[in-house]
Every structure is written in C-alpha cells, then in structure tokens.
Design a protein. Structure first.
Length: 256
C-alpha cells in the first residue's frame, strides 16, 4: 500500500470514528434568544456560536450541544410546553416569576452591567432615576427600565424609540437624545464596530449590575453538576478567556 493510500485509509477511519462519537452522544438543545451582537453576528458567528463550540469540544463523546437561536416569544412558548434544553447568558430576574426556583442555574459566566451612555460633549452622571429628570432616553422599542417607568409615565423623562441597537448610538450622537442604557456586553462591541468609543461617556455608576448564567430546564438536572464544574473552571480556560477578549467582555468576566 502506498503512503498516499495509507493516509487516505487513516483519514477515513478517523472520520468514521468521529461520526460514531457524535452518533453515540446525547443531544442537548441550547437556546439563545439574543439575536444581536455580540451574541449573534451572523448565522454561524457570535458569542453564542463560539460558546456552544467550546461546550461541544469539552463534552465530546458524551454530549452534543445543538444551538437554536430564536426570538424570546418562541422560547417562552417552548418553556411553557415544558420542552427541555439550556438557555444561554440569562439571569432569573428576566425569566418570569419563580424562575430562580423553577429552573436550574450554573454559577455565573461573567458579570455584566447596564451602562448609562451619553455623548462625550454632554456627559450625564447617573445617580439614580431622579438624576435623569428632564432628559430624553433613546431606547430600543420594547426594552423596559422598571425603575424609570414612574418618571417616564409622568413625562419627567422622555423616551425616543428606535428599532435597532445601532440606531440608538447613532441618534444619541446626533443629539436626538441625552442618554441610552445598554448592556455593557452589547455596548462595547457596537462602540468598537462603529468606532465611537472616543465619542461617548459611560457613567461611573451603571443603571444596574447582573450576572449571566446558563439556565437548565428541570429534567436536565443530571447535567447541572458537570456544567457547573465546567463554568467554575472557565477562569483558567485559555480558550474562554480569548473568546471574552474577542468580544471585549474580559473586564466583566468576574464572579460575584
């Protein structure tokens, strides 16, 4: 047998063994309802995609994680139907009443915060809702800011709605509003992409802080110990640290 023929046989055997490994793996659905950067940039690019690849490499031969990016309304429907899976990058405060007790949660993946962003030429220092009186908030339609609702209802803070996250920052710098509030994980990616970092001001005090976790549906309780152990070791996982740097999340990769 020639060297070339031998190499072909070896590659074919490797490919067949890889297929067999995946065939023997238990398939786990992974839901991501963040359909904007950095979580989803394209169909096969973004933080969710990179993280699921990391999971698959970590649990290869045992579990196969299949990413399903979908709107929040559809995810809510699946959860109501008691379909089983993992939900990426969430906090129990966003998942409905009783979510902390009704679902399973890994330790935090990283610490995030909602930044109060203004123009560098018209800096706004946030010190609670009252400090925003008389200002116009530029926001994505449908996003809610619970502690601001009383002031918004009385028109003491005005709100200007847009459809996309990028529009928020663009209009802010065109003086169509005074502030916007965005998760740091989103804002830093967009500011870098749009080359606006030197044109905006981030208030030292954020609107709020929160941790992001993996949420497991109840029937997947057997996965919780291994997934939790995996998450706890991410601080020393070089590949994960590089993913955080790639999406400018490294400063927020802290447990609380």
């Amino acid at each position: 047998m020639s060297k070339v023929s031998a190499m072909i046989v070896i590659c074919a055997c490797f490919a067949l063994s890889t297929v067999q490994v995946w065939a023997d793996s238990r398939v786990i659905t992974v839901w991501n309802y963040y359909l904007s950067p950095p979580f989803q940039i394209s169909e096969k690019e973004g933080l969710a995609f990179d993280f699921v690849n990391l999971l698959n490499d970590e649990f290869r031969g045992k579990l196969k994680f299949r990413l399903n990016s979908l709107p929040r309304a559809r995810l809510n429907k699946y959860l109501a139907q008691q379909k089983q899976g993992l939900v990426l990058f969430v906090n129990w405060r966003w998942m409905g009443e009783g979510a902390k007790a009704n679902y399973l949660w890994t330790p935090p993946l990283w610490q995030d915060r909602n930044e109060v962003i203004s123009s560098i030429e018209n800096k706004v220092i946030f010190d609670g809702p009252e400090s925003l009186k008389g200002l116009t908030l530029v926001a994505v339609r449908g996003w809610q800011y619970k502690s601001l609702e009383p002031l918004l209802a009385k028109n003491e803070i005005k709100r200007f709605n847009v459809n996309r996250e990028e529009q928020v920052l663009a209009l802010l710098l065109k003086s169509r509003g005074d502030i916007t509030i965005q998760p740091r994980s989103l804002a830093m990616f967009l500011l870098n992409k749009m080359k606006l970092k030197n044109k905006v001001y981030l208030s030292p005090k954020p609107y709020s802080s929160f941790t992001r976790h993996i949420m497991l549906t109840p029937d997947l309780i057997d996965l919780l110990p291994e997934l939790s152990d995996f998450v706890l070791k991410l601080d020393t996982n070089i590949r994960w640290q590089n993913i955080l740097k790639k999406y400018e999340l490294v400063d927020e990769a802290q447990e609380t």
